[in-house]
Write a protein of this length. Structure first.
Length: 289
């Protein structure tokens, strides 16, 4: 999927192994210092984490930090994941990939009560990952659906049972080419809504629109086959997050099928969640460092 910082397409916000650092906003200062998640920590750890069917859970985690944590997470990665990590040109990108993938395995292992190193992943035709079902160490257990996004040292993990989920996280920064990006990726309806806002409110609206759109596309798992300008979401500051219109959906089935939620994991970030269905309770937590 594209990102407003570089307009390139990425799967699950994993940086390309050949990509340079994104830009001046990536000069984070001391590792981990800029990414204090505002959400509460979970209860004391237990053997398994509960994921009730009436909840959608989102976890935030800092990806930068002590080398000791990376060393503990590295053995959880599969041989393929370790090879992907080695291909990154920059140490920071390799380390963040290692932590992001290791924490994903740790989280899903806690939901299933299994060794996270033994989890097996499959990918659909558009690159969206899912747990293979059944898992060898969890016979009869339902695998949660999940989605991951990370930006500039912070990661979000969305999980639910019996419902597709998509999450998007973006580090906010001023955009000199905001109008051009909106013209390329936003629907005509969204562009009109953005232009109608006072200039000082457009950046907030832009990021609200962007994260809601990417979360919806990631939840559907159809990649670039679902162009961003073929559907519309709400974007005005203070307006509830919702899907407004999808082209080639005259009966409004897509609009009725999905719910959108804004997320506020940390200062300086915009984020959104898309969940299949309505009525699930949203639970947001901070993964312990």
């Amino acid at each position: 999927m594209p990102s407003p910082s570089n307009h390139d397409h990425k799967h699950d916000h994993e940086p390309s192994p050949a990509a340079p650092p994104d830009g001046p906003e990536e000069a984070d200062g001391p590792e981990g210092a800029a990414f204090a998640c505002a959400w509460p920590s979970p209860p004391p750890p237990t053997a398994e984490l509960a994921l009730p069917r009436d909840e959608a859970q989102v976890w935030c985690a800092a990806l930068d930090g002590a080398a000791e944590r990376r060393a503990l997470l590295w053995p959880l990665l599969s041989a393929d994941e370790q090879e992907r990590a080695r291909r990154f040109r920059f140490d920071r990108d390799r380390d963040r990939f290692t932590v992001a993938r290791g924490l994903l395995r740790h989280l899903l292992g806690r939901y299933l009560g299994v060794d996270p190193a033994r989890l097996r992943f499959a990918y659909n035709a558009h690159g969206k990952p899912a747990l293979e079902d059944p898992q060898p160490d969890a016979p009869g257990k339902e695998c949660p659906q999940f989605n991951v996004s990370h930006s500039a040292g912070l990661a979000l993990y969305a999980c639910a049972r019996e419902a597709a989920v998509g999450v998007d996280l973006e580090r906010r920064r001023p955009l000199s080419d905001m109008a051009q990006v909106a013209a390329r990726f936003f629907s005509s309806r969204e562009q009109a809504l953005l232009r109608a806002l006072p200039p000082e409110r457009r950046l907030d609206a832009f990021y609200a629109c962007w994260t809601r759109k990417e979360a919806y596309v990631k939840a559907r798992g159809e990649g670039l086959s679902l162009p961003l300008d073929r559907f519309s979401v709400s974007l005005a500051p203070g307006e509830p997050a919702r899907l407004l219109h999808v082209e080639d959906d005259p009966r409004g089935e897509q609009v009725a099928r999905w719910s959108l939620h804004d997320l506020a994991p940390a200062a300086g970030y915009a984020a959104a969640l898309a969940v299949e269905g309505h009525g699930r309770r949203l639970v947001c937590r901070r993964w312990p460092a």
